[in-house]
Design a protein around this ligand. Structure first.
Ligand SMILES: Cc1cc2nc3c(=O)[nH]c(=O)nc-3n(C[C@H](O)[C@H](O)[C@H](O)COP(=O)(O)O)c2cc1C
Ligand code: SF4
Length: 405
Protein backbone atom coordinates (compact mmCIF):
# COMPACT_ATOMS: atom_id res chain seq x y z
CA UNK A 1 0.00 0.00 0.00
CA UNK A 2 1.34 3.47 -0.89
CA UNK A 3 2.12 5.99 1.83
CA UNK A 4 -0.96 8.01 0.79
CA UNK A 5 -3.30 5.06 1.08
CA UNK A 6 -1.71 4.16 4.39
CA UNK A 7 -2.43 7.67 5.54
CA UNK A 8 -6.07 7.32 4.46
CA UNK A 9 -6.47 4.21 6.58
CA UNK A 10 -4.51 5.43 9.62
CA UNK A 11 -5.83 7.23 12.72
CA UNK A 12 -6.08 11.02 12.62
CA UNK A 13 -7.52 13.83 14.70
CA UNK A 14 -10.51 15.83 13.50
CA UNK A 15 -10.13 18.88 15.69
CA UNK A 16 -9.63 17.21 19.06
CA UNK A 17 -11.56 14.08 18.19
CA UNK A 18 -9.54 11.01 17.38
CA UNK A 19 -10.76 9.04 14.36
CA UNK A 20 -9.53 5.59 13.43
CA UNK A 21 -9.04 6.52 9.76
CA UNK A 22 -9.73 9.34 7.36
CA UNK A 23 -12.82 7.99 5.57
CA UNK A 24 -16.10 9.55 6.69
CA UNK A 25 -19.69 9.05 5.64
CA UNK A 26 -21.13 12.12 3.87
CA UNK A 27 -24.50 13.43 4.98
CA UNK A 28 -27.14 11.77 2.82
CA UNK A 29 -30.71 12.30 3.97
CA UNK A 30 -31.93 8.73 3.71
CA UNK A 31 -35.68 9.11 4.24
CA UNK A 32 -35.52 6.65 7.12
CA UNK A 33 -37.26 8.64 9.84
CA UNK A 34 -40.99 7.95 9.32
CA UNK A 35 -43.01 10.68 11.07
CA UNK A 36 -39.71 12.23 12.08
CA UNK A 37 -38.77 9.33 14.38
CA UNK A 38 -35.22 7.94 14.33
CA UNK A 39 -35.97 4.22 14.74
CA UNK A 40 -34.60 0.94 13.46
CA UNK A 41 -34.58 1.92 9.77
CA UNK A 42 -32.09 4.71 10.38
CA UNK A 43 -30.13 2.71 12.94
CA UNK A 44 -29.75 -0.31 10.67
CA UNK A 45 -28.52 1.82 7.77
CA UNK A 46 -25.81 3.50 9.84
CA UNK A 47 -24.97 0.30 11.68
CA UNK A 48 -23.76 -1.12 8.38
CA UNK A 49 -21.71 1.99 7.72
CA UNK A 50 -19.88 1.88 11.05
CA UNK A 51 -19.54 -1.91 10.92
CA UNK A 52 -17.87 -1.52 7.53
CA UNK A 53 -14.88 0.36 8.93
CA UNK A 54 -15.94 3.99 8.30
CA UNK A 55 -14.33 6.21 10.92
CA UNK A 56 -17.30 8.53 11.36
CA UNK A 57 -20.82 8.32 10.00
CA UNK A 58 -23.01 11.38 9.52
CA UNK A 59 -26.71 11.47 10.23
CA UNK A 60 -27.90 13.73 7.41
CA UNK A 61 -30.40 16.54 7.57
CA UNK A 62 -31.05 16.86 11.31
CA UNK A 63 -33.16 20.00 11.31
CA UNK A 64 -32.86 22.46 14.13
CA UNK A 65 -36.62 23.01 14.51
CA UNK A 66 -39.88 21.47 13.24
CA UNK A 67 -40.34 24.24 10.66
CA UNK A 68 -36.84 23.68 9.33
CA UNK A 69 -37.99 20.50 7.61
CA UNK A 70 -38.42 20.15 3.86
CA UNK A 71 -41.05 17.49 4.32
CA UNK A 72 -42.99 16.28 7.34
CA UNK A 73 -41.07 12.98 7.55
CA UNK A 74 -37.79 14.63 8.46
CA UNK A 75 -36.39 14.52 11.96
CA UNK A 76 -35.92 17.65 14.02
CA UNK A 77 -33.98 17.99 17.23
CA UNK A 78 -36.42 18.02 20.13
CA UNK A 79 -37.06 16.38 23.50
CA UNK A 80 -39.57 13.78 22.26
CA UNK A 81 -36.83 11.95 20.34
CA UNK A 82 -34.11 12.24 23.00
CA UNK A 83 -34.34 8.59 24.10
CA UNK A 84 -34.43 7.36 20.51
CA UNK A 85 -31.30 9.30 19.59
CA UNK A 86 -29.48 8.13 22.71
CA UNK A 87 -30.46 4.57 21.82
CA UNK A 88 -29.32 4.95 18.20
CA UNK A 89 -25.97 6.44 19.11
CA UNK A 90 -25.40 3.89 21.89
CA UNK A 91 -26.20 1.03 19.53
CA UNK A 92 -23.91 2.39 16.81
CA UNK A 93 -21.08 2.52 19.33
CA UNK A 94 -21.87 -0.94 20.58
CA UNK A 95 -21.58 -2.14 16.98
CA UNK A 96 -18.28 -0.34 16.38
CA UNK A 97 -16.85 1.00 19.63
CA UNK A 98 -14.15 3.00 17.84
CA UNK A 99 -16.51 4.66 15.33
CA UNK A 100 -17.77 8.22 15.74
CA UNK A 101 -21.06 9.89 14.84
CA UNK A 102 -21.67 13.33 13.42
CA UNK A 103 -25.02 15.03 12.86
CA UNK A 104 -25.65 17.44 10.02
CA UNK A 105 -27.42 20.55 11.32
CA UNK A 106 -29.79 22.02 8.79
CA UNK A 107 -32.76 24.28 8.19
CA UNK A 108 -34.70 24.45 4.93
CA UNK A 109 -35.36 28.21 5.07
CA UNK A 110 -37.63 29.07 2.14
CA UNK A 111 -37.45 25.62 0.49
CA UNK A 112 -40.17 23.47 2.01
CA UNK A 113 -43.26 21.47 1.26
CA UNK A 114 -43.89 20.60 4.90
CA UNK A 115 -47.64 20.69 5.57
CA UNK A 116 -47.11 20.23 9.30
CA UNK A 117 -45.68 23.64 10.11
CA UNK A 118 -45.76 24.29 13.84
CA UNK A 119 -44.54 27.79 14.61
CA UNK A 120 -44.88 29.37 11.17
CA UNK A 121 -47.69 29.60 8.63
CA UNK A 122 -45.34 29.38 5.66
CA UNK A 123 -41.61 28.87 5.13
CA UNK A 124 -39.34 31.85 5.69
CA UNK A 125 -36.05 32.75 4.05
CA UNK A 126 -33.94 35.85 3.68
CA UNK A 127 -36.34 37.46 1.17
CA UNK A 128 -39.82 36.87 -0.22
CA UNK A 129 -39.63 34.11 -2.76
CA UNK A 130 -41.73 31.89 -4.99
CA UNK A 131 -41.51 28.38 -3.49
CA UNK A 132 -42.11 25.98 -6.35
CA UNK A 133 -41.49 22.94 -4.16
CA UNK A 134 -44.28 24.01 -1.81
CA UNK A 135 -46.92 24.58 -4.50
CA UNK A 136 -48.58 21.15 -4.32
CA UNK A 137 -48.73 21.51 -0.50
CA UNK A 138 -50.38 24.92 -0.64
CA UNK A 139 -47.18 26.78 0.24
CA UNK A 140 -46.36 28.57 -3.02
CA UNK A 141 -44.67 31.54 -1.37
CA UNK A 142 -41.99 31.95 1.27
CA UNK A 143 -41.82 35.08 3.38
CA UNK A 144 -38.87 37.18 4.51
CA UNK A 145 -37.49 36.70 8.01
CA UNK A 146 -37.60 39.58 10.45
CA UNK A 147 -34.58 40.17 12.69
CA UNK A 148 -36.58 38.50 15.45
CA UNK A 149 -36.97 35.41 13.24
CA UNK A 150 -33.22 35.49 12.63
CA UNK A 151 -32.47 35.64 16.35
CA UNK A 152 -34.86 32.74 16.88
CA UNK A 153 -33.15 30.71 14.16
CA UNK A 154 -29.73 31.24 15.75
CA UNK A 155 -31.14 30.01 19.06
CA UNK A 156 -32.49 26.85 17.38
CA UNK A 157 -28.97 26.04 16.17
CA UNK A 158 -27.59 26.61 19.65
CA UNK A 159 -30.19 24.41 21.32
CA UNK A 160 -30.01 21.68 18.66
CA UNK A 161 -26.21 21.53 18.95
CA UNK A 162 -26.37 21.16 22.72
CA UNK A 163 -29.07 18.49 22.33
CA UNK A 164 -26.95 16.58 19.82
CA UNK A 165 -23.96 16.60 22.11
CA UNK A 166 -26.11 15.42 25.02
CA UNK A 167 -27.59 12.57 22.98
CA UNK A 168 -24.23 11.07 22.04
CA UNK A 169 -23.12 12.71 18.80
CA UNK A 170 -19.36 13.29 18.61
CA UNK A 171 -19.37 16.13 16.07
CA UNK A 172 -21.71 18.55 14.29
CA UNK A 173 -21.68 19.51 10.63
CA UNK A 174 -23.35 22.81 9.81
CA UNK A 175 -24.95 22.84 6.36
CA UNK A 176 -24.04 26.13 4.69
CA UNK A 177 -24.72 24.90 1.16
CA UNK A 178 -27.07 23.26 -1.37
CA UNK A 179 -29.62 26.09 -1.30
CA UNK A 180 -30.97 25.51 2.21
CA UNK A 181 -31.56 28.13 4.93
CA UNK A 182 -28.04 29.39 5.63
CA UNK A 183 -26.96 29.12 2.02
CA UNK A 184 -29.99 31.22 1.02
CA UNK A 185 -28.49 34.01 3.13
CA UNK A 186 -25.03 33.59 1.58
CA UNK A 187 -26.31 33.56 -2.00
CA UNK A 188 -26.92 36.93 -3.71
CA UNK A 189 -29.62 35.21 -5.78
CA UNK A 190 -31.89 34.47 -2.81
CA UNK A 191 -30.76 37.17 -0.36
CA UNK A 192 -32.09 40.54 -1.53
CA UNK A 193 -32.26 42.10 1.93
CA UNK A 194 -31.28 45.70 2.46
CA UNK A 195 -30.59 45.43 6.21
CA UNK A 196 -27.40 44.27 7.95
CA UNK A 197 -28.08 40.66 6.80
CA UNK A 198 -28.08 41.45 3.07
CA UNK A 199 -26.03 43.22 0.42
CA UNK A 200 -22.27 42.84 0.87
CA UNK A 201 -20.76 39.41 1.46
CA UNK A 202 -19.91 40.53 4.96
CA UNK A 203 -23.60 41.18 5.59
CA UNK A 204 -24.75 37.98 3.89
CA UNK A 205 -22.33 36.05 6.12
CA UNK A 206 -23.58 37.68 9.31
CA UNK A 207 -26.18 35.00 10.04
CA UNK A 208 -23.96 31.99 9.12
CA UNK A 209 -21.20 33.36 11.36
CA UNK A 210 -23.65 33.99 14.20
CA UNK A 211 -24.80 30.37 13.83
CA UNK A 212 -21.22 29.11 13.98
CA UNK A 213 -20.61 31.18 17.11
CA UNK A 214 -23.82 29.89 18.74
CA UNK A 215 -23.03 26.27 17.94
CA UNK A 216 -19.50 26.68 19.31
CA UNK A 217 -20.90 28.21 22.48
CA UNK A 218 -23.24 25.23 22.85
CA UNK A 219 -20.69 22.46 22.31
CA UNK A 220 -17.38 23.92 23.55
CA UNK A 221 -13.92 23.80 22.03
CA UNK A 222 -13.33 20.05 22.14
CA UNK A 223 -16.31 19.13 19.99
CA UNK A 224 -15.53 19.34 16.27
CA UNK A 225 -17.68 21.59 14.11
CA UNK A 226 -17.56 20.88 10.40
CA UNK A 227 -19.02 23.18 7.75
CA UNK A 228 -20.31 22.13 4.34
CA UNK A 229 -20.06 25.05 1.94
CA UNK A 230 -20.89 25.65 -1.69
CA UNK A 231 -18.15 26.64 -4.13
CA UNK A 232 -20.81 27.77 -6.62
CA UNK A 233 -24.60 27.81 -6.75
CA UNK A 234 -24.35 26.75 -10.39
CA UNK A 235 -26.69 29.54 -11.49
CA UNK A 236 -26.37 33.03 -12.90
CA UNK A 237 -26.63 35.65 -10.15
CA UNK A 238 -25.89 32.99 -7.52
CA UNK A 239 -22.79 32.42 -5.42
CA UNK A 240 -19.64 32.13 -7.53
CA UNK A 241 -16.21 30.78 -6.64
CA UNK A 242 -14.59 34.18 -6.02
CA UNK A 243 -17.02 34.82 -3.15
CA UNK A 244 -17.09 31.19 -2.01
CA UNK A 245 -13.38 31.28 -1.24
CA UNK A 246 -14.04 34.30 0.98
CA UNK A 247 -16.90 32.42 2.66
CA UNK A 248 -14.40 29.67 3.47
CA UNK A 249 -11.90 32.19 4.83
CA UNK A 250 -14.56 33.81 7.03
CA UNK A 251 -15.69 30.49 8.51
CA UNK A 252 -12.05 29.56 9.06
CA UNK A 253 -11.50 32.79 10.94
CA UNK A 254 -14.77 32.17 12.82
CA UNK A 255 -13.28 28.99 14.31
CA UNK A 256 -14.68 26.18 12.18
CA UNK A 257 -12.67 22.96 12.61
CA UNK A 258 -13.04 21.61 9.09
CA UNK A 259 -14.58 22.53 5.75
CA UNK A 260 -16.28 20.31 3.17
CA UNK A 261 -16.51 21.99 -0.24
CA UNK A 262 -19.51 21.10 -2.37
CA UNK A 263 -21.63 23.10 -4.84
CA UNK A 264 -25.03 23.45 -6.51
CA UNK A 265 -28.43 24.00 -4.95
CA UNK A 266 -31.41 21.68 -4.51
CA UNK A 267 -33.76 24.47 -5.57
CA UNK A 268 -32.08 25.58 -8.80
CA UNK A 269 -29.32 23.22 -9.93
CA UNK A 270 -28.84 20.05 -7.85
CA UNK A 271 -26.93 18.09 -10.50
CA UNK A 272 -23.80 20.13 -9.70
CA UNK A 273 -23.38 17.95 -6.61
CA UNK A 274 -25.26 14.86 -7.80
CA UNK A 275 -22.87 14.58 -10.77
CA UNK A 276 -23.97 11.61 -12.91
CA UNK A 277 -27.27 10.47 -14.42
CA UNK A 278 -30.03 13.05 -14.06
CA UNK A 279 -32.51 12.65 -11.25
CA UNK A 280 -35.81 13.72 -12.79
CA UNK A 281 -36.75 10.38 -14.37
CA UNK A 282 -36.38 8.51 -11.06
CA UNK A 283 -38.14 11.23 -9.09
CA UNK A 284 -41.11 11.16 -11.49
CA UNK A 285 -41.32 7.39 -11.02
CA UNK A 286 -41.38 7.58 -7.22
CA UNK A 287 -43.49 10.76 -6.82
CA UNK A 288 -47.00 10.04 -5.54
CA UNK A 289 -48.43 13.59 -5.72
CA UNK A 290 -49.86 14.06 -9.26
CA UNK A 291 -49.28 17.83 -9.23
CA UNK A 292 -45.65 17.42 -8.21
CA UNK A 293 -45.24 14.71 -10.84
CA UNK A 294 -46.60 17.03 -13.52
CA UNK A 295 -44.34 19.83 -12.27
CA UNK A 296 -41.34 17.52 -12.44
CA UNK A 297 -42.21 16.57 -16.00
CA UNK A 298 -42.48 20.21 -17.00
CA UNK A 299 -39.46 21.68 -15.27
CA UNK A 300 -37.34 18.52 -14.87
CA UNK A 301 -35.22 18.86 -17.99
CA UNK A 302 -34.40 22.50 -17.17
CA UNK A 303 -33.71 21.97 -13.47
CA UNK A 304 -31.91 18.62 -13.67
CA UNK A 305 -29.31 19.46 -16.26
CA UNK A 306 -26.88 16.78 -17.28
CA UNK A 307 -23.44 17.07 -15.70
CA UNK A 308 -21.43 14.05 -16.86
CA UNK A 309 -19.77 12.21 -14.01
CA UNK A 310 -16.04 12.42 -13.56
CA UNK A 311 -14.01 11.19 -10.62
CA UNK A 312 -13.05 13.89 -8.10
CA UNK A 313 -15.17 16.53 -9.80
CA UNK A 314 -14.65 19.12 -7.05
CA UNK A 315 -10.93 18.51 -6.51
CA UNK A 316 -9.35 21.39 -8.41
CA UNK A 317 -11.59 24.07 -6.84
CA UNK A 318 -11.40 22.48 -3.38
CA UNK A 319 -7.59 22.61 -3.61
CA UNK A 320 -7.74 26.39 -4.08
CA UNK A 321 -9.78 26.64 -0.89
CA UNK A 322 -7.37 24.30 0.89
CA UNK A 323 -4.57 26.74 0.02
CA UNK A 324 -6.53 29.64 1.47
CA UNK A 325 -7.58 28.34 4.88
CA UNK A 326 -5.83 26.93 7.91
CA UNK A 327 -8.63 24.69 9.19
CA UNK A 328 -8.77 21.04 8.25
CA UNK A 329 -10.16 20.09 4.85
CA UNK A 330 -12.52 17.24 4.02
CA UNK A 331 -12.82 16.31 0.37
CA UNK A 332 -16.26 15.39 -1.04
CA UNK A 333 -17.52 14.54 -4.54
CA UNK A 334 -16.94 11.49 -6.74
CA UNK A 335 -14.27 9.61 -4.85
CA UNK A 336 -15.15 6.08 -5.83
CA UNK A 337 -11.94 4.17 -6.32
CA UNK A 338 -8.69 3.73 -4.45
CA UNK A 339 -6.63 5.72 -6.96
CA UNK A 340 -8.90 8.65 -6.14
CA UNK A 341 -8.50 8.15 -2.38
CA UNK A 342 -4.76 8.21 -2.98
CA UNK A 343 -4.95 11.38 -5.07
CA UNK A 344 -7.04 13.22 -2.49
CA UNK A 345 -4.58 12.31 0.25
CA UNK A 346 -1.66 13.31 -1.96
CA UNK A 347 -3.38 16.66 -2.54
CA UNK A 348 -3.15 17.41 1.17
CA UNK A 349 -6.73 16.87 2.33
CA UNK A 350 -7.21 15.63 5.87
CA UNK A 351 -10.31 13.49 5.37
CA UNK A 352 -12.65 12.24 2.66
CA UNK A 353 -16.44 12.10 2.84
CA UNK A 354 -18.14 9.46 0.73
CA UNK A 355 -21.84 9.62 -0.12
CA UNK A 356 -22.94 7.25 -2.87
CA UNK A 357 -19.92 4.92 -2.59
CA UNK A 358 -20.98 4.08 0.98
CA UNK A 359 -24.60 3.57 -0.07
CA UNK A 360 -23.31 1.14 -2.67
CA UNK A 361 -20.92 -0.58 -0.28
CA UNK A 362 -21.10 0.34 3.42
CA UNK A 363 -18.01 -1.85 3.95
CA UNK A 364 -15.91 0.29 1.56
CA UNK A 365 -13.14 0.76 4.14
CA UNK A 366 -12.84 -2.86 5.24
CA UNK A 367 -13.01 -4.13 1.66
CA UNK A 368 -10.55 -1.56 0.33
CA UNK A 369 -8.07 -2.26 3.11
CA UNK A 370 -8.20 -5.95 2.28
CA UNK A 371 -7.76 -5.57 -1.49
CA UNK A 372 -5.79 -2.91 -3.35
CA UNK A 373 -7.82 -3.79 -6.46
CA UNK A 374 -11.10 -3.09 -4.69
CA UNK A 375 -13.85 -1.87 -7.00
CA UNK A 376 -16.75 -0.03 -5.37
CA UNK A 377 -19.27 -0.52 -8.17
CA UNK A 378 -21.20 2.74 -7.83
CA UNK A 379 -22.11 3.83 -11.37
CA UNK A 380 -23.50 7.28 -10.34
CA UNK A 381 -26.92 6.44 -11.72
CA UNK A 382 -28.48 8.36 -8.80
CA UNK A 383 -31.30 5.88 -8.44
CA UNK A 384 -30.64 5.89 -4.68
CA UNK A 385 -31.23 9.64 -4.57
CA UNK A 386 -34.60 9.35 -6.26
CA UNK A 387 -35.70 6.99 -3.44
CA UNK A 388 -35.33 9.65 -0.75
CA UNK A 389 -39.11 9.92 -0.28
CA UNK A 390 -40.00 6.34 -1.27
CA UNK A 391 -41.30 4.00 1.46
CA UNK A 392 -38.32 2.72 3.45
CA UNK A 393 -36.01 5.36 1.97
CA UNK A 394 -32.68 5.13 0.25
CA UNK A 395 -30.85 2.00 -0.85
CA UNK A 396 -28.81 0.99 -3.87
CA UNK A 397 -31.09 -0.89 -6.29
CA UNK A 398 -28.04 -2.40 -7.99
CA UNK A 399 -27.26 -4.33 -4.83
CA UNK A 400 -30.75 -5.76 -4.71
CA UNK A 401 -30.63 -6.60 -8.39
CA UNK A 402 -27.39 -8.43 -7.73
CA UNK A 403 -25.13 -6.31 -9.93
CA UNK A 404 -21.74 -5.40 -8.59
CA UNK A 405 -20.30 -3.09 -11.22
C1 LIG B 1 -29.40 9.92 -1.33
C2 LIG B 1 -28.61 11.17 -1.11
C3 LIG B 1 -29.04 12.09 -0.15
C4 LIG B 1 -28.29 13.24 0.10
N1 LIG B 1 -28.66 14.07 1.12
C5 LIG B 1 -27.83 15.07 1.50
C6 LIG B 1 -28.07 15.78 2.70
O1 LIG B 1 -29.01 15.52 3.46
N2 LIG B 1 -27.20 16.77 3.02
C7 LIG B 1 -26.13 17.08 2.22
O2 LIG B 1 -25.37 17.99 2.55
N3 LIG B 1 -25.88 16.42 1.09
C8 LIG B 1 -26.69 15.40 0.72
N4 LIG B 1 -26.38 14.64 -0.37
C9 LIG B 1 -25.16 14.96 -1.13
C10 LIG B 1 -23.96 14.16 -0.61
O3 LIG B 1 -23.62 14.51 0.71
C11 LIG B 1 -22.72 14.41 -1.49
O4 LIG B 1 -22.44 15.80 -1.45
C12 LIG B 1 -22.93 13.96 -2.93
O5 LIG B 1 -23.60 12.71 -2.97
C13 LIG B 1 -21.59 13.84 -3.66
O6 LIG B 1 -20.74 12.92 -3.01
P1 LIG B 1 -20.53 11.41 -3.57
O7 LIG B 1 -20.02 11.54 -4.97
O8 LIG B 1 -19.53 10.82 -2.63
O9 LIG B 1 -21.85 10.76 -3.54
C14 LIG B 1 -27.12 13.51 -0.67
C15 LIG B 1 -26.72 12.58 -1.64
C16 LIG B 1 -27.44 11.43 -1.87
C17 LIG B 1 -26.95 10.44 -2.91
S1 SF4 C 1 -28.09 3.70 -6.85
FE1 SF4 C 1 -26.22 2.61 -6.29
S2 SF4 C 1 -24.94 2.71 -8.12
FE2 SF4 C 1 -26.55 4.23 -8.38
S3 SF4 C 1 -25.63 6.13 -7.55
FE3 SF4 C 1 -26.75 5.18 -5.87
S4 SF4 C 1 -25.20 3.94 -4.82
FE4 SF4 C 1 -24.38 4.44 -6.82
Amino acid sequence: MSEHLERAFSPANLGKLQLKNRILKAATYEGKTPDGIPGDLLLDFHREVVAGGTAMTTIGYCTTEADGRINDQMMWMHEDIRDRLVHMNTELKRTAPDAKISGQMTHCGNFSKNRKMQRLKRPLGPSRQFNMLGMPSGLPFAGAMTTKDIDYLVQTYHDAARFMKETGFDAAEIHFSHGYGLSQFISPKTNRRTDEYGGSLENRMRLPLRVLEAVRKAVGDDFPILGKIGMTDGIKDGLQFDEAIEVAAMLDKGGIDALICSGGTSSFNPMVYFRGDTLDKGLIETETNPITRLGLKLIGPRMFRYYPYEELYFLEDAKKIRDRVSCQMIYIGGCTDLDSVERVMQSGFDFIQLGRPLIKDPAFVNNAKADRNYKNGCIHCNRCASLIEAPGGVYCPLNVEGQTS
